[in-house]
Design a protein around this ligand. Structure first.
Ligand code: SAH
Length: 346
């Protein structure tokens, strides 16, 4: 079987080239083709001899991440992409345009096994982990298709990155490597439902990436209603792990809170939330829940969401309501993929 050449870090590729009897500087050229010029084939690597290109072709492959569908929002120019992987699985990614640059949201797994009640990505369970190369591939393809530079990356698409920790970490190292796209660690955010030991491990890496913690409930009981992972890790443990992340990295943690009508959006919920957050140097992102057809969760009214926000703001908490992007395209996380997987199976 051919080996996926985009899976090697810079150092690994250098070692690999040495092993097949090539000069080390070849690794630099090849890495640049793969991770800066975003080549999809060896043919394109015109500064390598034909003989070397053929040798590479025989031993390695560049696993394709192929665009199947692209939706473009007429409201805010958000793009949603459906990509097919080499084994036929599909994942989705989103390009969001902000004043400060282009931000891409990528998937880290095919499906997810975390089971959050309001999330479409987890309904069919976990299919498999994505490799670092497949995570990078989503960003590379979007940059190639649009011809625009990606400056920010959020790992907030389908999947739980802390459930695919080693691959996620390799992905971060490669994306921020000076030999590759060289995206600043500070422009990278990873969102987790709260896998405590992995948050602590990540803290010990002392990276400068932003940790976003999916909170969604301000008591252990409330959280358990919405997120099965809360049965494994108690809220207090999760919060302590976030404090540890801040302590080790100096990076302020973002808490995400999906507002669900009648479930976690009351004034009492806001008070509990203030109790948790007021002593912490953090940012709170409120996300009016994106209703999915498989579940009966509704968004609070705009007025209720604003009341909730104002209450927190008055207590000195740094809070925003997430702007809804691409409302006219398959909005909620995982819905585009679900639509595709369903039609395939019908
Ligand atoms: N597994 C990771 C990252 C993927 S989800 C995590 O749990 O954080 C990214 C964010 O979107 C999470 O905060 C998740 O809870 C939230 N989310 C998922 N489905 C949603 C929906 N239908 N409406 C609003 N937020 C949702």
């Amino acid at each position: 079987m051919k080996k996926d050449i985009r899976a090697y870090t810079y150092e690994q590729l250098a070692a690999e080239m040495e092993q097949i009897g090539e000069k080390k500087f070849r690794a630099k050229q090849i890495y640049e083709w793969l991770h800066v010029k975003l080549a999809d084939s060896f043919e394109e690597m015109t500064n390598l001899s034909k003989a070397l290109r053929e040798k590479l072709e025989a031993e390695y492959e560049i696993l394709p991440v192929k665009m199947l569908e692209r939706q473009i929002s007429k409201i805010d120019a958000t793009n949603k992409f459906l990509f097919q992987l080499s084994d036929g699985n599909v994942v989705e990614s989103v390009l969001m345009r902000y004043k400060h640059g282009n931000s891409v949201c990528i998937s880290s797994q095919v499906g997810c096994r975390m089971g959050c009640r309001f999330c479409a990505s987890t309904i069919g369970g976990l299919e498999r982990n994505l490799s670092p190369s497949e995570m990078l591939g989503q960003i590379y393809q979007i940059q190639k298709i649009t011809g625009e530079r990606v400056s920010n990356v959020v790992v907030m698409g389908t999947g739980e990155p802390m459930d695919n920790y080693e691959n996620f970490l390799t992905f971060v190292r490669m994306l921020t490597d000076e030999h590759g796209l060289h995206i600043s660690q500070r422009n990278l955010t990873v969102s987790t439902c709260g896998i405590v030991p992995k948050i602590r491990e990540l803290a010990m890496e002392h990276l400068q990436i932003t940790l976003a913690l999916s909170l969604h409930g301000s008591t252990q009981e409330k959280r358990k209603q919405l997120m099965p992972v809360a049965n494994k890790y108690d809220l207090q443990e999760v919060l302590k792990a976030c404090d540890f992340y801040f302590q080790e990295t100096g990076r302020r943690v973002t808490f995400e809170y999906s507002l669900v009508h009648g479930v976690n959006d009351t004034q009492e919920d806001a008070e509990e939330l203030i109790g948790i957050l007021k002593s912490r140097n953090c940012h709170l992102n409120l996300i009016p829940v994106n209703p999915i057809k498989e579940r009966d969760f509704q968004q609070p009214s705009r007025k209720n969401a604003l009341n909730f926000k104002n209450k927190l703001e008055k207590s000195g908490i740094n809070v925003t309501i997430r702007r809804e992007m691409g409302a006219d395209i398959d909005g909620a996380c995982g819905q585009l993929r679900r639509r595709y997987v369903k039609t395939e199976n019908e």
